[in-house]
Ligand binder design. Structure first.
Ligand SMILES: [Fe+2]
Length: 339
């Protein structure tokens, strides 16, 4: 089954409500229903849940929301949280929960399934996919040669009204934190102010890519997989929007992770650990990367999408901890007048 067919099947069969039990599951006792708080995109989360249910017969109820919002909900719920597993679109929310000891250590054998660089230092969360920051551009308005080689240079008057950005996106916030680490705090605030003065805000990454595709704006600062999601809809051959990979360890070439953790308060810790092990195992990883053009973290798993190889991305040398301080990301945006 192609990735496209699989996605169509997922769309037809699944509606994710506030607390939807995904269909097609074999009957299970209440003790075997796992609750997943999902801040990742619906397609990869649903794909891995369905693969897990098919493999184990365990039912999984999904509650969806923004990753930061779900992390706050878990903090408010405390020990009474119904969540067993949290799947976050970025590392800041799991880092916040880990610091509060709301996540249990991920089982050692699960951590061994992936490179150590893709998991928390304290083992309380594990990376599930890797994602790359890129510049999406309208090939009818600009050529690759005209595109600046650093993401810092898009926040300038030379690009007035020609760059889209999504300040509410967790990955955008990670990119600002990357600039702090690589160029200093002043540079990060100047970059955000430059975008505020010269760029255009979009309320989502898909909307930003679609705007480039329509020719509404010349470039957009997004993650690479959004391009593939629009290309899936309209056909790769129809994409006037193209991707520019900055590489050269520029903050604009940042690679970030989606991540999962087991709730310390879970009353089904063994089952929760089993699900997280599945997410980073071969079958779970394959289901995820078939459903979204993110990179697998497990060696040997291959995306069906024609991704630029991970070993050619040349991202900056930063750890997830370097780009996961949600409070600092908010402070930067406030100081730049963006929040
Ligand atoms: Fe995303």
């Amino acid at each position: 089954m192609s990735a496209l067919d699989r996605r169509a099947l997922l769309r037809s069969g699944v509606t994710l409500g506030a607390a939807t039990v995904v269909p097609f599951a074999p009957r299970a006792t209440a003790a075997e229903v796992l609750t997943l708080y999902n801040g990742q995109h619906a397609e990869p989360a649903t794909a891995v849940v369905q693969a897990f249910m098919a493999a184990t017969g365990v039912q999984v109820a999904i509650r969806k929301g923004g990753s930061a919002q779900l992390a706050n909900q878990i903090i408010e719920e405390g020990a009474a949280s119904p969540a067993d597993v949290f799947f976050s679109e970025e590392t800041a929310p799991v880092t916040t929960l880990a610091a509060r000891k709301l996540l249990a250590p991920v089982a050692a054998e699960t951590l061994r399934q992936i490179p150590a660089a893709y998991a928390a230092n304290d083992g309380r969360w594990i990376g599930v996919t890797a994602r790359c920051r890129v510049v999406a551009y309208d090939a009818k308005q600009v050529t690759p040669a005209e595109l600046p080689s650093s993401v810092l240079d898009y926040a300038t008057p030379a690009w007035k009204d020609r760059v889209a950005y999504v300040p509410t996106s967790g990955e955008f916030q990670s990119q600002a934190l990357a600039i702090v680490k690589l160029r200093g705090r002043e540079a990060a605030i100047a970059w955000l102010k430059g975008l505020k003065d010269n760029g255009r805000i979009y309320n989502g990454n898909v909307a930003a890519v679609q705007a480039v595709q329509r020719g509404e704006i010349a470039t957009a600062l997004v993650n690479s997989y959004y391009w593939y999601s629009v290309a899936d809809e309209i056909g790769e051959e129809n994409m006037r929007c193209q991707l520019h990979y900055l590489g050269a360890k520029d903050p604009g070439a940042l690679v970030t992770l989606s991540a999962a953790g087991v709730l310390a308060s879970s009353r089904k810790p063994e089952l929760a650990q089993r699900f997280v092990a599945f997410m980073t195992g071969t079958a779970g990883q394959q289901a995820i990367v078939d459903a979204v053009a993110e990179y697998p973290v497990r060696p040997g798993v291959v995306s069906p999408y024609k991704l630029k190889p991970m070993d050619q991305l040349d991202p900056p040398d930063l750890t997830p901890d370097d780009v996961s301080d949600a409070a600092e990301a908010l402070a930067l945006q406030r100081e730049a007048g963006l929040a």
